[in-house]
Design a protein around this ligand. Sequence first.
Ligand SMILES: Cc1ncc(COP(=O)(O)O)c(C=O)c1O
Length: 389
Amino acid sequence: MGSSRLPASLEPNALARMIEARRRGGASIVDLTESNPTRVGLTYAPDLLLPLANARALEYDPQPLGVWPARAAVAADFRRRGIIISADRVALTSSTSEAYALLFKLLCDAGDRVLVPHPSYPLFEHLTRLESVDAVPYGLDYHGAWRIDVDSVRRAMGDRVRAILVVSPNNPTGSFLHRDDLAWLSEIAAAADIPLIGDEVFADYRIDGAAAATHILAGGDVLAFSLGGLSKSAGLPQLKLGWIGFGGPPDRVDAALARYEMIADTYLSVSTPIQASAAELIESGTAIRAQILARLKRNLESLRAQAAAFPAISVLPVEGGWSAVMQVPSVGSEEALILALLEKDDVLVHPGYFFDFAREAFIVVSLLVEPPLFDQGVARLLARAAGSR
Ligand SMILES: Cc1ncc(COP(=O)(O)O)c(C=O)c1O
């Protein structure tokens, strides 16, 4: 029925069916995929949402790119991360997902292509398809650290490629965009006259450094878009405030902004109360971000300490982000392992194939989970993956 932008079958997969069956049977599952910050025992100030009641929000001022004070607050937040951008190069969106949809409308016709990293965020499949755009993969390789396989980017280029997407730090590999990768990508993008789209939603969460890390707007020679939002930077996904920072040669930015404004004017999707209180909400993110970072570091340390007892399992380096990747013995398939873990140990994890890892066997866990549950789930996971359970 209807559009081929949707998958032909909406049948749940084997994992979803088993989760449903276990829950129906009353099992209490330790969910090591939990990445909703509002459900992991963080402390949110009870008056955090008071600014939403601001009387300024009683007047509707429809501005396609967002009201000026909100755009200025986002520009100030970019500056906090060391990125200098003026407020007139900032556009508000209701989420990063929406930012992708708007940018694909701006850049692509039906059947055009964008390059996406593999492994990475699984939602790209739907975000592209729903805009009638094809996602063409390029590789990230792991050699003690994850780096962009620049040759795979070159191979994936072609006349219908309209943008190159980068996620930094990437979900789930945690790897940041490095300065030399940005230089290569900018050269490739400039030669093809296409922009770079940088998903920097996790950029605040630096864990193991990444001295050579940079950000997508640092190149300057090509049109680039930096995507972010309160969902990750402030642990407030329910507020639905995201943004796009535009960078690159001024004539390109101005042309892109003018056309983008027309698209955004068609939807005007960011609510007035959110825009009126954006500065305060961004400010309240500071305390939540600090809690999240402490949680990520604590859980990663615990994972490493527990995994040290299992020489066949390695926890890959985490430069940043909210997840950790483990390489586990590939005795059976990833799918068999995750299903056994769920059925016998009541622990839910993501398999590497969910994120399009090039080979097996990898397991991905969220570092956001509440510590006692995290430790319990990890203990069961390691024992099962090492074959000692
Ligand atoms: C890489 C990446 N980008 C974007 C998002 C979603 O952000 P938003 O809630 O702003 O749509 C996620 C959520 O997990 C993500 O992992």
